[in-house]
Design a protein around this ligand. Structure first.
Ligand SMILES: Nc1ncnc2c1ncn2[C@@H]1O[C@H](COP(=O)(O)OP(=O)(O)OP(=O)(O)O)[C@@H](O)[C@H]1O
Length: 541
């Protein structure tokens, strides 16, 4: 190893020596030149490197600018593609629109043509119509002339009609006077068909013997058999005659037919008073107020309906009417307002007779009536008020008088007339005597019965006094003896027309009561009240 190294060392020393010799051989100039070349080459190398770097960075910038530019162009291309797409869509739509418009244009052109044809036809028609209008205009002026003439005729006829109406009123009053200003009708009710009256059917054989002789429906005959002292039987026949007698089958309409003229007098300015008289359950309320169906409607709704109809007819003759209603009850000599509120028998009402012949009662409800149908509600209102209190007093309605008053005032600016009439429809309390009503042992019933008897006999006395005295002598008529007669004073005088409807039960059990009622009614029937006076005034111009 050492030998190898030594050899190698020797070889290296030989190389070194050779190199040294070469070095020594090179001249200094050549060395300088070489060194100069070496420096130049280094400089060039350096400049080339700098240039290369500058070129590289320019290349990088150019490349990045190019990249930016390329991206920009790419975006623009995308946008252009998008725009192109939209433009294509738009174009498609525009094409469709254009096609539709073209189609519409074609259609409109067709329509235009049709319209032009129609316009031409209408123009031709217009010419025809103008011709017709001219012809009609000349006819209208002819008609106008005829209308003027007809108006004159109508005015003449209206004047004649007014004069005829005045004459009708006078004649109507004369007829009523001839019939007597106090009249009495008698009505026998039928046997009741419903369950409530089962006892009536069971006892049919005990029906009173009532006959209706004569064809004029003015007679009624009651027969009663009794045992004689010798054990035989004796039949008493008691005939009565009135202005009209209605048999059990008579309808409400038939009864009203007889009353209607009387009720109508009230629109002519008269005071009218219609009484329902008779014992309990003889049919007074049925006659006056009636049932719920139209055919069962009683005298109050029928009279009011008729008065409304008459006032409507008279409107064509220049009359205008105002109507108002009140509904009172007289119970134990106390006046109650059946249309009011609050407890019955509590409020104090006073009767006042005014100088103009009008009777008023303080603090009572007076309802203006604009249609006949309102009366049904008014009756129901009064009925429900009575019913509420009847629960305490039991069947109060049969033991009180009810007075429905319809005041009718009218005026006629054409004739300068005005008038005020009053229709009183009175449902009197049951007329039965004390023993029959079973009241003798009951203090309240006794008081009620005494009050009823007092007022009914006061009514009889007033009517008798009116009958007994001549018109000149009528100084004292005992109106003040009862609330009923005092309230009806103006309707029970020479200034009024009075009708009493005597209601009778058909039962034998009620025969004695029926006889008493018939006697009372006969007394009334024989009375002449005098001549009714119309309540009228001239309207000052
Ligand atoms: N003409 C008639 N036709 C049919 N039903 C009648 C007739 N008259 C009376 N009625 C019926 O007889 C019953 C007694 O009549 P209503 O109540 O009218 O007697 P009223 O004399 O008023 O009795 P009250 O004095 O007790 O009030 C009622 O059920 C009534 O519907």
């Amino acid at each position: 190893m050492l030998e190898a190294l030594t050899t190698e060392l020797v070889s290296s020393r030989a190389d070194m020596a050779a190199l040294k010799a070469f070095k020594d051989q090179l001249s200094v100039d050549q060395l300088t030149t070489i060194r100069q070349v070496e420096v130049d080459v280094g400089r060039q190398h350096h400049a080339s490197t700098a240039e290369l770097d500058s070129l590289r960075s320019a290349h990088d910038r150019a490349r990045s600018d190019w990249e930016i530019e390329r991206m920009k162009h790419k975006r623009e291309l995308l946008e252009l593609r998008e725009d192109l797409h939209l433009a294509r869509d738009d174009l498609g739509r525009e094409r469709e629109t254009s096609a539709a418009l073209k189609k519409a244009m074609v259609e409109q052109a067709n329509q235009h043509l049709t319209l032009e044809t129609q316009v031409a036809a209408l123009r031709a028609q217009g010419h025809g119509l103008q011709e017709e209008i001219r012809a009609r205009e000349s006819r209208v002026s002819e008609y106008e002339m005829m209308l003027e003439q007809a108006k004159k005729v109508i005015q003449e006829r209206e004047q004649e009609l007014r004069e005829a109406e005045g004459l009708r009123r006078k004649l109507h009053n004369t007829v009523m006077e001839l019939k007597g200003n106090i009249r009495v009708f008698c009505r026998v009710r039928p046997i009741l068909p419903d369950k409530r009256a089962a006892h009536e059917r069971q006892n049919e054989e005990t029906m009173a013997m009532i006959g209706f002789p004569g064809k004029e429906s003015k007679e009624i005959v009651l027969s009663q058999s009794s045992e004689t002292a010798t054990g035989g039987s004796r039949e008493a026949v008691m005939p009565f005659s009135f202005d009209r007698v209605f048999q059990p089958q008579a309808s409400q309409a038939e009864v009203f037919e007889e009353i209607s003229q009387l009720a109508q007098s009230c629109t002519d300015g008269y005071n009218v008073c219609i009484f329902g008289y008779g014992q309990t359950s003889s049919g007074k309320t049925y006659t006056m107020e009636g049932g719920t169906s139209d055919s069962a409607a009683g005298m109050i709704p029928r009279a009011v309906k008729q008065i409304f109809e008459v006032t409507e007819e008279l409107a064509s003759k220049g009359w205008t009417y105002k109507m108002e209603g009140q509904f009172l009850e007289i119970y134990n000599e106390t006046i109650n307002d059946l249309l009011g509120v609050g407890e019955l028998d509590k409020k104090k009402h006073e009767i006042k007779h005014e100088k103009n012949g009008r009777t008023t009662v303080t603090d009572v409800v007076i309802l203006p009536l604009e249609s006949a149908s309102q009366v049904r509600n008014l009756l129901m209102r009064a009925q429900s008020r009575r019913t509420v209190h009847a629960t305490l007093m039991n069947e109060r309605s049969s033991r009180s008088h009810s007075v429905f008053t319809l005041r009718v005032s009218g005026n006629n600016p054409l004739t300068g007339e005005s008038c005020e009439g009053c229709l009183n429809l009175v449902d009197l309390a049951g007329s039965e005597r004390l023993a029959t009503s079973g009241a003798a042992n009951d203090k309240d019933r006794l008081k009620e019965t005494q009050a009823i008897n007092k007022s009914l006999s006061a009514l009889g006395d007033v009517i008798a006094a009116l009958g007994e005295k001549s018109a000149a002598e009528k100084g004292h008529v005992p109106y003040r003896n009862s609330k009923l007669t005092y309230l009806l004073q103006n309707s029970l005088s020479g200034n009024s027309k009075t009708l009493m409807v005597l209601n009778l039960s058909p039962l034998a059990a009620h025969l004695n009561e029926s006889l008493c009622s018939l006697r009372f009614a006969t007394k009334v029937n024989n009375t002449q009240i005098g001549t009714a006076r119309k309540q009228q005034a001239r309207i000052s111009a």
